[in-house]
Design a protein around this ligand. Sequence first.
Ligand SMILES: Cc1cc2nc3c(=O)[nH]c(=O)nc-3n(C[C@H](O)[C@H](O)[C@H](O)COP(=O)(O)OP(=O)(O)OC[C@H]3O[C@@H](n4cnc5c(N)ncnc54)[C@H](O)[C@@H]3O)c2cc1C
Length: 410
Amino acid sequence: MRDTTTVIVGAGHCGLAMSRCLAARSVGHVVLERGEVADSWRTQRWDSLRLLTPNWMTRLPGYAYRGADPDGYLSARQVAALLADYAGASAAPVLTGTTVTSVRAAGGGYVVRTDQGSWRAPTVVLACGAAAVPAVPALAGAVPAGITQVTPAGYRNPGELPPGGVLVVGASASGIQLADELHRSGRPVTIAVGEHVRMPRTYRGRDILWWLDAAGVLDQRYDEVDDLARARNVPSMQLVGSPGRTVDLNALTSTGVRLVGRLAGIADGVAQFSGSLPNVCALADLKLGRLLNTIDAWAGAAGERFAPTTVRSAPLGLNLRSGEITTIVWATGYRPDLSWLDVPVLDRRGRIVHDGGVTACPGLYLIGMPFLRRRKSSLIDGAADDAAELTRHLAGHLNALAGHRVRSAS
Ligand SMILES: Cc1cc2nc3c(=O)[nH]c(=O)nc-3n(C[C@H](O)[C@H](O)[C@H](O)COP(=O)(O)OP(=O)(O)OC[C@H]3O[C@@H](n4cnc5c(N)ncnc54)[C@H](O)[C@@H]3O)c2cc1C
């Protein structure tokens, strides 16, 4: 059993940001990583993926982008290289190839078991990713045999898929990007559209994320929103990392992609779609209008407005046995995997309960979840502020523990 002050689980950008902040306070720690540094960017991203956040937004504690292309978008490979460099420059104490198999409370702290031995520490930070596993709905089990099913985490490029039609389920960032790529590969694409966040790539001549950043929208705090549970479930923005290129539903339909409503069920080989498509599109248009109003109010001047989403009559059923669809892409989101946690911090649905990353178990922290402490918490750019605040809390906890020990000894 080895001892340290803080065990960080996961060496993605969040774990590395925490490591940097702890090191700045001279808190001894180790970062345990089952794969390599930035493993999710190496193993779970499709070939053509580029960040939807511009390079200037790739900011971490002690790091800001200084390259020649601040308005460009990094590829997954470039993100992995950047994070590996960051870990090296920070001298982050990362142990790769080390899978954490359980965390349990013991002696006022925690015992962290791994496949490479155990650690004892008074504090633990879970930085193991909000998007650890694709969230595929149970109705995937009703898909007829013979149809290829993939998730964005497993998909690499169109060449790996059989020829024929594709049903993309989900119209957030991954869904619209894959629908666009698969349509360009010459396949007929149908996309099932539920709640989504419509977003233009540029607004008034600037990247939309420049406006969201400048107007403070991304800095909105978790204790400022009316319905935090809802805010934490808002889907990702319909954006693609390509300068000036908007890929919203209108852009997809203009190239021939077919829209259908949310996939509601599969019965006897027939996919059934909700009739709510016009409503969810109208709602997304309305919310986009509100967001642009917020930006205009901040800028003190009105900007352009975008044409409403065009919804033609959409089929409510699609026979999956007809041969029309050969592949289904489940772009239905992701979820964390904390199944190995042996501490009572999960609710009945297996979701971790926390207050801005602080759990009810003293000394156990969480980082990298949607809207953890700010709207930008799930983005690379959100880690610096969250890590700084959690580090302050963690240091306060260590001080309290030390004070307790001194009092007990005297
Ligand atoms: C498809 C996609 C595109 C995205 N695009 C952007 C974007 O454009 N811009 C942006 O800012 N954000 C983007 N994000 C969001 C976010 O930046 C990424 O999800 C990011 O990878 C999260 O970083 P993280 O450090 O929280 O988790 P991860 O990068 O997932 O890192 C967690 C690490 O923990 C390790 N781990 C997990 N369990 C264990 C265990 N039991 N033991 C040891 N190690 C473990 C994993 O191997 C992994 O390396 C995107 C996310 C996805 C899924």
